[in-house]
Design a protein around this ligand. Structure first.
Ligand code: XMP
Ligand code: MG
Length: 179
């Protein structure tokens, strides 16, 4: 049903699972005694966060924030807005920001600075990185996959809020954008 709108699968379900197992182990090692707060950025990070925490057999907490830099469509507006703040106190806290993708870098730069300003110790894990899209200087500490500069959907990533439920990451057909 949704698959008919997909031009090609970029990262399969199996590849995502394998890489998430690896990342979960790395993070569990690194954060074993730190009771980290995994901070998922809504809504795109939800499938990735869910998969990741299953592979981290250590004490941890989860919370969420919502920011927006997109007004639908496939182009970034440039400004980042805080729509829903984290409920957990973050001062002195070890935080792992969990993101679906870094593109221009604006979202994560904004978030990292905001949380560090509040006294948190912040690292970033992202499922995907599009280095060619970068406009501001920021990098993830842990990356699932580096991808070319194409608009992707699935495993949390959306086009006009759809396709987040695809179990893989794929490229949409042009005719879907131009509808
Ligand atoms: P920036 O540009 O701030 O972007 O690093 C991060 C946010 O932009 C969205 N984004 C995408 N969403 N397919 C999507 O569905 C893409 O290819 C894509 N590139 C960027 C995403 O919401 C991310 O949190
Ligand atoms: Mg997002």
């Amino acid at each position: 049903m949704l698959e008919k709108d997909i031009k090609k699968i970029l990262i399969s379900e199996e590849e995502i699972r394998d890489r998430t197992v690896e990342l979960g182990k790395i993070l569990a090692d690194e954060y074993e005694d730190k009771n980290p707060l995994l901070l998922g950025i809504l809504r795109g990070s939800v499938p990735f966060l869910a998969e990741l925490v299953k592979r981290m057999d250590i004490p941890l907490e989860m919370d969420f924030m919502t920011v927006s830099s997109y007004h639908g469509g496939t182009e970034s507006s440039g400004e980042v807005k805080l729509l829903l703040d984290v409920a957990t106190p973050v001062t002195g806290r070890e935080i792992i920001i969990v993101e679906d993708i870094i593109d221009t870098g604006r979202t994560l730069k904004y978030l990292k600075e905001l949380l560090e300003h509040r006294g948190a110790i912040v690292k970033i894990v992202t499922l995907l990185d599009k280095p060619e899209g970068r406009v501001v200087e920021i990098d993830a500490d842990y990356t699932g996959f580096t991808i070319p500069n194409e608009f992707v959907v699935g495993f949390g990533l959306d086009f006009d809020n759809h396709y987040r439920n695809l179990p893989y990451v794929g490229v949409l057909k042009e005719e879907v954008y131009n509808k």
